[in-house]
Design a protein around this ligand. Structure first.
Ligand code: UDP
Length: 238
């Protein structure tokens, strides 16, 4: 990263570092690390950070253009972008259009079954507890956020689904499922979509071959992660 020492590191996660850029802005840096199964499987791939930053930027710009409030502000360098500072709401919002991953394991169903409508699930963002699933009532009773904010989160999650699913459908890609995170903007206290939208956090399948263009390639040792991510970039024409 440019002038690394200029910024204070606020947080280092499995795939990103977040720095204080200014009082109201963050610098989000994508690392080359990859992890799966809550950090049990780990690896490093040259260029992964750059690739995920590019894809995330592309999706955030698309959502911003469609009027959604995301944290993405502007490009910074190969691995990082400048974002609105959002105080994290410790939830992972999982939206599913087709069965896959932990949903199949949980209910013993095969993957690739299309849902009649998108399923929105929540996990508590807590690595020590392994991000346990949480119900809407538990979110409210534990005062993780209030009802209005929770409703807004669900509304934004569904809008993201409509925008990204139809965009990807045109590229012959299925948006199978994905994870979103939200924060409260320091500037205007509004709910903003934060974190990343990348093949690390979404499942993308080729519509014809059902081949994965996402982290399942790594989770399931189905081939080279970088090849799959670059194939996605090619399909998105970015
Ligand atoms: N996901 C994520 N971070 C997590 C858990 C899930 O980005 O900590 C994403 C995952 O990439 C997938 C979707 O959320 O696109 C649903 O994941 P699932 O619950 O099936 O769990 P997984 O199979 O990833 O263990």
């Amino acid at each position: 990263m440019k002038n690394e020492k200029r910024f204070d590191l606020l947080y280092e996660g499995k795939a990103k570092k977040v720095y204080k850029y200014s009082d109201r802005k963050l610098l989000v840096e994508f690392k080359n690390d990859v992890t799966a199964f809550n950090g049990i499987k780990k690896g490093q791939y040259a260029n992964k950070g750059k690739i995920n930053k590019k894809i995330s930027t592309f999706f955030f710009e698309l959502l911003n253009e469609e009027g959604l409030n995301t944290h993405y502000l502007q490009d910074y360098d190969e691995n990082s972008f400048i974002a609105k500072w959002g105080e994290l709401i410790p939830l992972e919002v999982i939206v599913r259009n087709y069965t896959a991953g932990s949903f199949c394991k949980r209910y013993g169903v095969e993957k690739g079954i299309k849902f009649d409508y998108p399923l929105v699930e929540f996990s508590l963002k807590n690595d020590d507890l392994g991000d346990p699933m949480i119900t809407k009532d538990a979110i409210l009773l534990l005062k993780i956020c209030n009802k209005e904010i929770l409703e807004e989160i669900v509304g934004i999650s569904n809008k993201v689904n409509n925008i990204l699913s139809s965009f990807l459908d045109n590229k012959n890609i299925l948006l199978v499922d994905y994870k979103l995170e939200f924060g409260i903007s320091k500037t205007d206290k509004k709910v903003i979509l934060i974190d990343e939208i990348s093949p690390d956090t979404c499942r993308f399948w080729d519509k014809n071959t059902m081949e994965s263009l996402d982290k399942d390639v790594y989770r399931e040792d189905k081939g080279d992660l970088i090849n799959a991510y670059e194939a996605l970039i090619g399909r998105l024409a970015i």
